[in-house]
Design a protein around this ligand. Structure first.
Ligand code: GRF
Length: 313
């Protein structure tokens, strides 16, 4: 089972969206796990729920601290827990520019309106005052502009006659609880799933001189023009769910040695194994891309015609 992406949730209050993210993460096929819940208010009720569910919590009142100082404390905690994505869930505090920049593309927020309509606070009051018949919720990436980042997903919610801000908030919350886990999972999958991994491998492989790609037995193969295949991208090839890169090892001895040294990373691929190819897992959630690049280069050299293999790079 590939490792799950590590998510930190920031809250200020009730934390019902946090709870939705936690419970969704318990599904086997959910690609993320919640590894930290942090709050800027030690009394935030969501903290107790997270703790009861066995999730590490961190609470730090922001009073008396400059914005960047406070965010540095939060970031230190995120780093300590190996957080890769930050989900804001009712986090009632503006983030410093540095924080937003460092987490760009990996920090999400949920807002109880169909953005770009009704940014900011008191959203349900504003929706009712405007006489809207439809509202909803939005998950978006966090950028320096408040509630203004790229929209990742939205759910529409009907406004009923006689709705009050509270009754509307309750129904919008139902929608939020469905939307947030789905969008977060989608973002993680888009970045860590097989398509994204193939994209990275392709970028590295095709950067090598005279490298080309073609499908070979259902696998994406990379070969040197006039030479041989130097890499294959494997995706659930034998119904085993494995995503991996196959490259040329020096021979069976090195293959065995690699597997013995790190059996989480290396494996002997079916069919290719006997001819000295080595499988490198890409689905451990912890890819060392410069190491993978080195392997591709090495394998390319072993497969390129002499005139190319001598090139200094
Ligand atoms: C939600 O309505 C969310 O859209 C907004 O703050 C509220 C948080 O609610 N950003 P909860 O703490 O998740 O229950």
């Amino acid at each position: 089972m590939p490792e799950k992406a590590r998510v930190g949730v920031l809250i200020s209050g009730r934390g019902s969206n946090m709870a939705a993210l936690i419970y969704a993460s318990r599904a086997d096929d959910c690609p993320y796990e919640i590894v930290l819940v942090a709050a800027n208010d030690p009394a935030a009720p969501g903290l107790a729920l997270a703790a009861a569910e066995g999730i590490p919590t961190f609470a730090q009142p922001h009073q008396g601290l400059k914005r960047a100082e406070f965010d540095a404390l939060i970031e230190a905690e995120l780093a300590r827990h190996g957080v890769e994505y930050v989900a804001l869930a009712g986090y009632m505090r503006l983030l410093s520019g540095g924080f937003v920049a460092r987490w760009q593309g990996r920090c999400l927020n949920i807002h109880p309106s169909l953005l770009p309509a009704h940014k900011g606070l008191d959203v349900h009051e504003a929706v009712l005052a405007a006489g809207e018949t439809v509202t909803g919720c939005t998950v978006h990436l966090v950028t320096p502009e408040l509630d203004g980042g790229p929209i990742l997903g939205q759910t529409r919610v009907a406004v009923l006659p006689g709705d009050t801000p509270d009754s509307l908030a309750t129904r919008v919350h139902y929608a939020e609880h469905q939307l947030y886990p789905r969008v977060l999972a989608g973002l993680v999958r888009a970045e860590t799933g097989p398509e994204a991994l193939l994209g990275r491998i392709r970028n590295l492989a095709l950067a090598l001189p005279e490298a080309e790609e073609k499908l070979s037995h259902g696998m994406n193969g990379f070969f040197v023009r006039g030479g041989k295949f130097f890499a294959y991208f494997i995706r659930d090839q034998h119904g085993d769910g494995i995503t991996a890169l196959l490259v040329k090892a020096d021979g069976l001895e090195e293959q065995a040695q690699l597997i013995e040294n790190d059996s989480n990373l290396y494996y002997r691929p079916a069919y290719f194994g006997p001819s000295g190819w080595i499988g490198i897992r890409l689905d451990t959630g912890d890819n060392d891309w410069s190491h993978i690049d080195d392997w591709l280069t090495r394998s390319w050299r072993a497969s390129a015609p002499k005139r190319l293999a001598m090139l200094p790079f």
